[in-house]
Design a protein around this ligand. Structure first.
Ligand SMILES: Nc1ncnc2c1ncn2[C@@H]1O[C@H](COP(=O)(O)OP(=O)(O)OP(=O)(O)O)[C@@H](O)[C@H]1O
Ligand SMILES: [Mg+2]
Length: 211
């Protein structure tokens, strides 16, 4: 299932990259050549505004493509993927980040994907809910598996969502499900200030399911 999801994400990322992003980039180029022929400064200013809103759209689509399937997840490894993902927002929001890893055993595609998706949700939560000033991510080989630790120094869990809208908040449940489906576990500690999310999955050493 993990393999099918990741393949689909990679396909969607490729389609968004090759379709909408290329079309918008071509539109920006056309706009700049039209602008060249126009002498009216007021009209030019409006075209510049239009062009910069297209550029903003391109940036946000590029970000989406990255989140769907970070190329570094295949090439560089998990720590690189986490670092690149955090670079996309943490510096602008004045959040300091550390990412450490001591993985000796190479992980297969599924293991990398499961840990990255869990970490992605933990980081999204730290960003959305914690008002953290610093976030740390660590990856360690422990007990025949990998322990992912995402800690923030934010407000910690308050009351959480009310029972009525709990169904709308699927992040925690999906992190736990991903870890358990991979044969591991998820634990969340929020001792007043800050939150620590720990996820462990075993290393299967099995063959790669996807090339
Ligand atoms: N790092 C954190 N710091 C503080 N509160 C948190 C943190 N992570 C989760 N929470 C609390 O737990 C609730 C449930 O988190 P969960 O990820 O399930 O839902 P969500 O982030 O609100 O929505 P979704 O993930 O479905 O987009 C959050 O609404 C928030 O109140
Ligand atoms: Mg969430």
């Amino acid at each position: 299932m993990v393999s099918a999801q990741e393949t689909e994400r990679r396909r969607v990322a490729g389609d968004v990259h090759d379709g909408p992003i290329q079309m918008l980039a071509a539109a920006v180029l056309r706009l700049s050549s039209i602008r060249h022929d126009i002498k009216d400064p007021a009209l030019n200013a409006r075209l510049d505004e239009f062009s910069s809103s297209l550029t903003t759209s391109i940036d946000s689509l590029r970000h989406l493509v990255f989140e769907l399937r970070p190329p570094s997840l295949d090439r560089g490894g998990l720590d690189v993927a986490f670092r690149e993902s955090l670079e996309g927002w943490a510096p602008q929001e004045n959040v300091s980040v550390t990412v450490t890893s001591n993985l000796a055993t190479p992980l297969n595609t599924e293991e990398r994907a499961v840990l990255f998706r869990i970490g992605q949700e933990a980081l999204a939560n730290a960003r959305k809910h914690a008002r953290a000033r610093s976030i740390s991510v660590s990856l360690q080989e422990v007990g025949g598996g990998i322990l992912l630790n995402v800690a923030d120094d934010g407000v910690g869990f308050t009351d959480g969502p009310s029972a009525t809208d709990a169904a709308l908040h699927i992040g925690l449940t999906s992190m736990r499900e991903r870890a358990e489906q991979a044969g591991g576990w998820l634990q969340i500690d929020s001792p007043g200030t800050g939150t620590v999310v720990k996820a462990w999955i075993p290393i299967t050493r099995g063959p790669e399911l996807t090339p």
